[in-house]
Design a protein around this ligand. Structure first.
Ligand code: FSO
Ligand code: SF4
Length: 538
């Protein structure tokens, strides 16, 4: 195996024997194979006129499955490889396609052959380091985009341009004659389409569930049995709330599902208790103490530790998977029957209380727009000096305490704009407010970074500036997995400069690619709190 797609990759070079995330060699290879046959399917779809839209869904789903911490179940992944090969073969035959690449033509129904092939198709197959770097940067961006695309799709929203772009770009990466300038161009285009995917998802979420609004979220536990829901899928959230109505079972969010608390639609459910626990990597202890069933809707599963005994309470759905955990699939209408989880919850004790904290969030674009007048006034009066975008991911390594310290030491007239699970590093610090405007404005999940873009554009217009780069705005972004990659590329596609990225620069960026990003966008790795504060408060 060779995997270097996330920030925690071994030695900031690559995981070769087992993933730091817990992914084993077979699972890693199966994921490589899934990407390979998905590229083949993409090429097939690109060669057919009037493609049935549902085939694009398989591409997004397959990409999503390979995101860090989404699916640890190698047999499930190989099932998906087989499904993809079958569909590909059927379409090739039906449409009499000829002249296709090896990936498009690869076929077998033998599991052992699949396992053999899986070893062959890893990322190191691209020998030129710069080509590999750009292809993987694009592929990881596409994975993030595919995840957001999938969330919009299940809510009944579709951006055809995004679907087609993913398929076309995947095919492009199969070509032997790779041109660096073309790949750089594609990288920026990937960012542009990432923004489109986020816009579509934002529309889906807000039209379905209302615009997020300022909300105080309770982190304490109640005394009824309960279900914990984690991940990013708001469609699952709605189905679960609906099916648990009047059941005597409460619902709590975990990690990236926290922003579900900000949506008006979800607030109408009395048994939606609040949030339990923190960001994804603290789950082993928190899931243990939760006592009830846990539903993982997307990525960010941490393998169970030796003393964890909650596997029989762990459920996955959608593209998430974990060996031994029960998977709840959707029926042909997209409906998921959660009755088994509800039954399980009733047999379990209420959660153990972890804390009595309350946090305030819900500052997505519509809410910020409502406050825009006040914000502009505070800026003009000099009470708000600058905004710092500290969006992105959290991670398990100690060096992420940088973000807590950075937030703590920021001057009191600085406001943090955040989205994603990075916020757990500072959202309980009580950083106060500036005449009623909290100093941490949480827009929501990582995909709601779209809201931060809208906020930046709103401020740019309010101050009649030409570019967001002229705003009193700094970017100090934390990344972990591939959804953060698409957020980063989306910002670059908007021409945002001077982004500080940490805790480390991606291992998959070659020296040439880093130089390109530095020269054109002035991207810089974080250093230490003191020095970075000097730069960002200058
Ligand atoms: Fe965090 Fe995980 Fe949302 Fe990522 S929960 S790390 S950026 O999946 O997707 O922010
Ligand atoms: Fe390693 Fe990250 Fe890949 Fe897991 S996802 S194998 S930690 S690089």
């Amino acid at each position: 195996m060779f995997c270097f797609q996330c920030q925690e990759t071994a030695g900031n070079k690559g995981c070769t024997k087992v993933g730091v995330c817990g992914k084993n060699e077979d699972t890693a290879n199966s994921q490589d194979l899934l990407i390979y046959v998905t590229k083949g399917l993409a090429e097939v779809l690109n060669n057919i006129e009037n493609v049935d839209e549902k085939y694009y869904d398989l591409i997004s789903n397959n990409m999503f499955v390979t995101i860090t911490n989404a699916n640890f179940d190698k047999e499930d992944i190989l099932d998906k490889v087989e499904d993809t090969i079958k569909l590909k073969d059927k379409l090739i035959e039906e449409n009499n396609l000829v002249g296709l690449s090896e990936a498009a033509l690869y076929t077998t129904d033998d599991r052992n052959e699949l396992k053999r092939k899986a070893i062959e198709v890893g990322v190191l197959n691209i020998v030129n380091e710069d080509e590999r770097s750009l292809v993987e940067l694009i592929t990881y961006g596409l994975k993030g985009m595919a995840a957001y695309n999938h969330h919009a799709n299940v809510l009944g929203y579709r951006n055809k341009e995004v679907d087609r772009f993913i398929a076309k770009t995947l095919e492009e990466s199969l070509k032997d004659d790779k041109d660096i300038n073309n790949l750089i161009d594609l990288t920026i285009k990937t960012g542009e389409h990432g923004l489109m995917a986020m816009e579509t998802l934002d529309r889906a979420n807000t039209e379905k569930f209302g615009n997020p609004e300022i909300t105080e979220v309770d982190f304490s536990a109640g005394d009824r049995p309960a279900i914990l829901i984690s991940g990013h899928d708001l469609n699952d959230m709605e189905m679960l709330l609906e099916q648990t109505k009047d059941s005597g079972v409460d619902i709590y969010t975990h990690s990236e599902m926290l922003p579900a608390n900000y949506y008006p639609k979800f607030k109408t459910y009395d048994h939606f208790h609040g949030n339990y626990g923190n960001s994804w990597w603290t789950q082993n202890d928190e899931f243990q103490k939760f006592n009830g069933p846990i539903l993982m809707t997307t990525n960010c599963i941490v393998p169970l530790k030796k003393d964890n005994d909650y596997l029989d309470r762990l459920y996955t759905t959608g593209n998430a998977g974990y060996p031994g955990a029960k998977h709840i699939s959707a029926d042909e209408n997209g409906y998921k029957d959660f009755s088994e989880i509800i039954k399980k919850a009733k047999e379990c004790n209420a959660p153990e209380n972890l804390e009595d904290t309350k946090i305030v969030g819900g500052f997505a674009h519509n809410q910020v727009e409502a406050l825009a007048g006040n914000i502009v006034e505070e800026i003009k009066a000099g009470n708000i000096k600058k905004f710092v975008v500290m969006a992105g991911c959290d991670g398990r390594f100690k060096d992420r305490s940088y973000y807590t310290e950075f937030a703590e030491k920021l001057p009191k007239d600085y406001v943090i704009l955040t989205a994603g699970c990075a916020k757990y590093r500072y959202n309980k610090l009580n950083l106060g407010d500036i005449n009623g405007i909290p100093r941490v404005l949480d827009a929501g999940q990582c995909n709601d970074s779209y809201s931060l873009v809208k906020t930046a554009l709103l401020l740019k217009d309010a101050f009649e500036l030409d570019s967001v780069n002229d705003l009193p705005l700094e970017f100090n972004i934390a990344w972990y997995e591939q959804k953060a990659v698409i957020v980063l590329l989306a910002l670059l596609s908007l021409g945002v400069k001077n982004i500080h990225l940490g805790p480390t620069l991606p291992a998959f960026l070659s020296e040439t690619v880093v130089n390109f990003l530095v020269e054109n966008f002035n991207i810089a790795p974080i250093t230490n709190v003191e020095d970075d504060l000097k730069i960002m408060t200058a």
